[in-house]
Design a protein around this ligand. Sequence first.
Ligand code: 4UV
Length: 585
Amino acid sequence: MTIIKSSGPSVGTYPDDKDLYTFIFEHWPSYRFDPRTKSLPLLIDEPTGQSWTFEQCRDRVDHLAAGLRDQLGVRRDTVVCIFSPNSVDYLIAILALHKLGAVASCANPAYNASELSYQIDASKSTAIFLGEEALKVGGEAAEKAKMRKDHVVIMQTPRTTQGKGALKGGAKREGEAWYLEGLVAEGRDSKELHKGRVTLKPGEARKKLAFLSFSSGTTGLPKGVMIQHYAPLSNIQQFASFNGMISGKGTRFLPGRDVSLGGLPFYHIYGLVVGLLWTFYSGITNVVLPRFSGIEPMIKTTLKYGITLWWLVPPQVVLLVKDPKAKPYLPQLAKQVRFLMIGAAPLSDDVSKQLDKALPGVDWGQGYGMTESCTVLSMHPPGIKPVYGSAGRLVSDVEAQVVSPEGKVQPVGELGELWARGPSVTLGYLNNQKATDEMWVKEGGWLRTGDEVKFNEKGDMFILDRLKELIKVKGFQVAPAELEGWLLNHEDVADAGVIGLPDDMSGEIPVAFVALSQTAKERVAKDGSGEEGKIKEGLMRFVADNKIRYKHLGAVHIIDAIPKNPSGKLLRRELREQAKKLPAP
Ligand code: 4UV
């Protein structure tokens, strides 16, 4: 049995009687700023520069929780969807829900109404926070899901408010919907303020849900990942320990001095746990960007706010090293940015080399994680040079084994599927025991990652392929089953198979293979290849008009039949082989 263990310092004991609200506001690690001062600006709204201290955040969380309790009846196990671009109130909303024992289901703010209503239904969300820019789509989806109108909370960005209840002449509501500011505004004495707080008994954090995040996992449609409080709470500490913060020896990060780029989407597990929860818990100032709007704005924000920590996905690094707009800033960035982590999809060796040249001397490396492992499993360790192509080493208290297709545990250096275990592994998929059993192995507590990896003797992990169906476009998840199901709604399609093909900018891009319906075949027989072209265009549009941008198809190919095995399972490897033979588009 070859079990690979983390070489990072162990955290020791993880608290299992704390929800995230309690953990973040009342659990004091030695490395965090002095709890008596609490005067550090911790969250900064990038567009306005308005900042919030630890105490101000807690006060806002407490008032919002009271408002949610009194006006919406939110309580233990109520599921509430958050549909918003990044904002300071993203964290406030999450922690207010956790204070009441409720569960946050964070959705991609760029979803359309049908994508969002799928998540609302699947998570059984009974209330929703809507970012201002998400109002139209969110309102439509909430209506579709038959959500009560007074269970909608509109999150204004701080720049549109001038203090508690000051919005729009003090209006607390818009029609029946609540303004977040309106819920915060209620005056309450301290006893009233904390009524309804849910605290956990020893062991309970291991089971009590904190988040329902969506992931397609190995196969099929996106499913709600049941994330218990213990999982992010552990991962935050594993991250801190691996980077020397708990031991205090050679710490990589400097609470009170470092400034983080809050630009990764907070709905996604990488942005949520690393880019939001870990920074706040660690007392690191976070500049919150509503979204990534190009490499130059990101650089300008970095320079303006003295940002020293960058969390990125590979396509942003490609822009950084290749876009001429970035070039003039590189020397200045190399002096200021101290650390850069890249994750959620593979980073090529070529781009890695260019990054080393672009930002000489900067501490950078890849990180690797999954929604199901909430989140970081490996990252580039402190104190060594980046190892091109490596997704780093196992973070503290993570163990791994590499398993062959025949189920044999491989020796170090051999290829196989990564199975990982550690305190941040989640509980499984909501209402889907079959998919849960396929990924969570009861014996040994392993999580099957569906990623093909190998380790070297030093413990560097290399991800060589993805064995699961999942497609990653710019680090975002695309489930082939969702696009296949959608294409089957089109009258020209008898059968469909979707795979991801490599793309320089996005990492991968979804491509569809379709077998035509009888009527479409007849049209082609009559009108020839011109009609084929029209059908392909029509199908590309059919996806583009109905799905979020990163799910749009790069190409459609018409074939006679979609390859299947005798039990009807789609053979994606064969589609990949066929794709290799096609002329370049
Ligand atoms: O579920 P998910 O969308 O989750 C993520 C999480 C990425 C993170 C998390 C914490 C970090 O510190 C960090 O750096 C990155 O993406 O998708 C999980 C799948 O994405 C692929 C892999 O197939 C996972 O199973 N993936 C994630 N990171 C990498 C990657 C990587 N560095 N290299 C290659 N593939």
